[in-house]
Design a protein around this ligand. Structure first.
Ligand code: PHE
Length: 342
């Protein structure tokens, strides 16, 4: 019996040491240490042995079992470590490879102009208002002193939706909306940035949709000097501290007097070049003192209140500032164009 046990131990240890993998190792465990294994078989016969023999066979059986079991455990750890090492070797990553950078967006040049202007006007105590892009004829024209049939309506060729509604042709209807909301009581200091629409054949300098920033200031002692000071502030912020402006008489039905505002050309500094067409000046916006009719129609006493208004073309400002030659660049969203304005 003891012979047989010793022999089983040697056999088992040889098999364990030659086992190729974890699965086969588990098979060996069942084969030698399982309920139907040879050691168990030997132990079954113990009941027929004399006590002396039974004792030593019992001891040796347990020892052999422990040795085999220990050996299987050691082998198992070795095989597992080997498997991990192999996996690590196969799955190496090169941590020095440069990563894939996500594309980082840039602020659209038009949006940058709007933000810059909003910041400037908020600092001067203005609030930012909004109005609908689909507007009533009433606000877009009539409350701005442009009754139906007024010839000046032709200045702004419109996209009508119905007889009474259209895509707003300027941000000036927000003047009327703001005045009405104030119910005859000043002061008012607002700007309104937004999209406007006019029937136009698109080319390098025309677009059927563009962006304006409207300004409206109403108070009891507002003069044209306030308008001029405000515009000078605006122009110097946008184009540089050494810019000058000049006001030329013009006409808008909703302002009286009306002016067109020019800024000294930042390319030639006033001496004349191709950008300013040799004049030294570039036109950048329309403005004026709010017409008494506009105030009265929206419930303000024009004896008590006066004010000024202006309308700036945001694309035009951006084009002058960055030397952009084609207005369509703002809308075609070519990333190569937009990404230049970091
Ligand atoms: N609404 C005018 C335009 O679009 C600009 C303007 C605004 C002029 C306010 C005077 C006062 O042409």
């Amino acid at each position: 019996m003891l012979e047989r046990l010793k022999q089983l131990e040697v056999e088992a240890l040889t098999e364990v040491s030659n086992v190729p993998g974890l699965k086969e190792l588990n098979d060996l465990r069942i084969k030698y240490l399982g309920k139907k294994g040879p050691i168990q078989e030997v132990m079954k016969n113990m009941k027929d042995m004399d006590p002396e023999e039974r004792k030593s066979v019992g001891q040796i059986s347990n020892q052999v079992k422990a040795v085999i079991s220990q050996e299987i455990e050691t082998k198992k750890e070795a095989l597992e470590a080997e498997a991990i090492a192999l996996q690590l070797a196969n799955e190496t990553i090169d941590v020095t490879l440069p990563g894939r950078m996500p594309a980082i967006g840039t602020i659209h040049p038009l949006q940058a102009i709007l933000s810059e202007l909003e910041e400037l006007f908020i600092a001067m105590g203005y609030t930012v208002e909004e109005g609908p892009e689909v507007e009533w004829d009433h606000y877009n024209f009539e409350l701005l002193n442009l009754p139906k049939g007024h010839p000046a309506r032709d200045m702004q060729d419109s996209f009508y939706i119905t007889e009474e509604s259209l895509l707003r042709t300027h941000t000036s209807p927000v003047q009327a909306r703001t005045l009405l909301a104030a119910k005859g009581k000043g002061p008012i200091k607002i700007i309104c940035p937004g999209k406007v629409y006019r029937r136009d054949d698109d080319d390098a300098t025309h677009s059927h949709q563009f962006t304006q920033i409207e300004g409206l200031v109403i108070g009891e002692d507002i003069t044209m000097a306030d308008l001029k000071g405000t515009l000078l502030e605006l122009v110097r912020k946008m184009f540089g501290a050494d810019r000058e402006i000049r006001l030329r008489p013009s006409f808008f039905p909703f302002t009286e007097p009306s002016v067109e505002v020019d800024v000294t050309c930042s390319k030639c500094n006033g001496s004349g070049c191709s950008i300013c067409k040799g004049t030294g000046w570039i036109e950048i916006l329309g403005a004026g003192m709010v017409h008494p009719n506009v105030l009265e129609m929206s419930g303000f006493d024009s004896k008590k209140y006066q004010g000024f208004a202006f309308g700036i073309g945001a694309e035009r400002i951006a084009m002058l500032k960055h030397g952009i030659e084609d207005i369509r660049n703002f809308y075609t969203n070519d990333l190569r164009f937009i990404a230049q304005f970091k």
